[in-house]
Design a protein around this ligand. Structure first.
Ligand SMILES: Nc1ncnc2c1ncn2[C@@H]1O[C@H](COP(=O)(O)OP(=O)(O)O)[C@@H](O)[C@H]1O
Ligand SMILES: [Mg+2]
Length: 269
């Protein structure tokens, strides 16, 4: 009886939201963030309050959107947040050339080259075949980097090219499963980007990768009254009472900033 009570109290405690004070290193500005235990802040302003404080620790998350929708920028913000919190991070890209990517990100004030020199960031330009080999080797060089450097956050940008290596849905699902299992074993919180135009629920449901992920965030870049606007939506997040509304976001000088209030949009995306 006593232990039951204790368990119940413990459970209640786990549900209680904590508040964390975060001080910006440069400006000294203080931010108060409400978080559920074990949550990993995304680094994207106003996103975490939509998902009870951030991504779940050690979870595998998908960021889905069309070309130019902001996936790589979202992923880099996630990495920069980790670096700011003193975590070592890994960014694996199939698509971008490192030099150009670093240059683009510097526009937002994110000096990836500096963090790489300091050993906070490991940046790998990989071919999808290399990732396939990594799977066959059961982790290989990447896994030893993760262990050696005690990597906490991983980005794989993007998983689309990896998927193209496999012919049918079954092979894709098998590969996705082993990739997800491997990432889970690493114990890192990971973010995988997936390129998909006009994502919608029906289409998503048929895809192999989405089943395995702990969360799916959709990014839209849609034309409205002659100009394009950006929106974000959380399609799923396991174990989380997440918002089911659509939020506008802007690409600012500091990257993605999500509106605090849901978008007033009547059209179906
Ligand atoms: N310095 C910048 N300032 C404002 N917006 C930018 C900047 N750099 C890129 N963008 C916007 O972000 C888009 C690219 O975002 P990105 O994350 O690379 O997209 P994705 O990875 O989804 O293809 C560009 O098409 C542009 O609209
Ligand atoms: Mg990209």
């Amino acid at each position: 009886m006593k232990s039951k009570k204790r368990t119940k109290r413990h459970m209640q405690h786990r549900k209680i939201r904590r508040t964390r004070i975060k001080k910006h290193a440069k400006s000294g500005k203080v931010r108060v963030i409400r978080i559920k235990d074990g949550r990993i802040p995304s680094g994207v302003p106003n996103f975490d309050c939509l998902v009870e404080g951030g991504f779940e620790k050690s979870s595998t998350n998908l960021i889905v959107g069309g070309a130019g929708s902001g996936k790589s920028i979202f992923a880099t913000q996630f990495i920069m947040e980790g670096i700011e919190l003193g975590e070592n991070c890994l960014y694996v890209t199939f698509e971008e050339k490192k030099e150009q990517f670093y240059k683009n990100m510097l526009e937002f004030g994110w000096d990836l080259s500096k963090h790489e020199r300091k050993g906070r960031l490991v940046f790998l330009e990989y071919t999808p075949e290399k990732v396939k080999n990594m799977l066959e080797e059961g982790g290989g060089a990447v896994e030893s980097i993760i262990m050696k450097k005690k990597i906490k956050r991983v980005v794989i940008d993007s998983i689309t090219s990896f998927e193209l290596l496999f012919q049918d849905e079954f092979a894709k699902r098998e590969a996705a499963l082993s990739l997800f299992n491997m990432i889970n074993n690493w114990g890192c919180t990971s973010l995988l980007t997936l390129e998909e135009e006009n994502s919608n629920e029906t289409k998503m449901a048929s895809r192999a990768l989405e089943f395995e992920s702990d969360s799916i965030v959709l990014l839209y870049y849609i034309r409205k009254d002659g100009e394009r606007e950006r929106f974000l939506e959380i399609l799923k997040m396991r174990g989380t009472e997440h918002s089911n509304k659509l939020y506008r976001f802007e690409m600012t000088k500091k990257g993605i900033v999500v509106d605090k209030k849901p978008a007033r949009i009547s059209a179906r995306i």
